[in-house]
Write a new protein. Structure first.
Length: 264
């Protein structure tokens, strides 16, 4: 059994330790097949992903040489596996990855599970998402994004990461951990300044920590930034949080027994 990790630099681990995938082209080939999550990738797409505009003269042979090299590498890592992980189909090349073998797929599965979890199990949700977020070792592919397919996949996984952070912050706030998550919320808001949900959560955490003026200052800076950079006003949800803070709405104070925040 192999473990593939792409939430950070590409890693392939065996039962005896990590294995190196050497060469930029080989790494791009592996990454492209991995983000396709078991679906075949056409030879044309792989060539474009690996070489971009610098396509070799005999691209079919060059691609086949790299595929054969990858097959030999994976076979050496799993000598007992009866069939190759890399197979050829009418629609392209496919890398077989079983359930639990790729960190990104497991991460997405956990986020989807958290989205449907009961709001009354805030502790379980916070713990589950904390463990999932710990899978991230850095940017997807470790800052080696490859071509268009890998870049799109990287953006998709990054969106799931932000969603996981939002859900975890929601759970922590329901548990009354307002002060405990302030630093993380401030960091998330700084890194993603136009993502309004992080701004809402930071405002709520500040207010519930006795810092009403700071919470309202966060809103004012967000409103100015949205206007200057996007030419838009804060969403109704964000304005409702500001209004609730101004009138000291008791719905802002939540604990583990509360449902999701509902502000009229």
């Amino acid at each position: 059994m192999l473990k593939f990790s792409i939430l950070g630099a590409l890693q392939v681990r065996t039962v005896s330790g990590p294995a190196e995938i050497s060469g930029d082209l080989q790494r791009t080939l592996v990454q492209t097949l991995l983000v396709s999550e078991g679906q075949p990738v056409s030879g044309e797409s792989l060539v474009e992903e690996m070489w971009g505009e610098s396509v070799p003269d005999n691209q079919a042979n060059a691609l086949q040489a790299h595929v054969s090299r990858l097959r030999r590498k994976l076979k050496a890592l799993e000598p007992g596996r009866p069939v190759s992980r890399v197979t050829i189909h009418p629609s392209g090349y496919r890398l077989t990855v079983d359930e639990g073998e790729m960190d990104a797929a497991e991460f997405v599965r956990t986020v989807r599970e958290a989205e449907s979890a009961s709001p009354y199990d805030a502790e379980g949700t916070a713990r589950m998402l904390g463990q999932a977020l710990a899978l991230w070792r850095g940017p997807v592919f470790g800052g080696f994004p490859g071509g268009t397919l890998c870049q799109l996949a990287g953006a998709r996984y990054e969106e799931y990461r932000m969603r996981a952070m939002e859900l975890r912050f929601d759970a922590e706030l329901r548990l009354g951990q307002h002060a405990a998550v302030l630093a993380e919320l401030a960091e998330a808001h700084t890194h993603y300044p136009l993502r309004e949900r992080f701004c809402e959560q930071l405002m709520i955490a500040l207010y519930c920590s006795g810092r009403q003026a700071d919470a309202l200052d966060v809103f004012r800076r967000m409103r100015r930034q949205l206007d200057e950079e996007l030419g838009i006003q804060p969403s109704p949800a964000l304005r409702r949080v500001e209004s609730a803070i101004l009138r000291h709405d008791p719905a802002l104070v939540r604990d583990a027994r509360s449902t999701l925040l509902q502000i009229a």
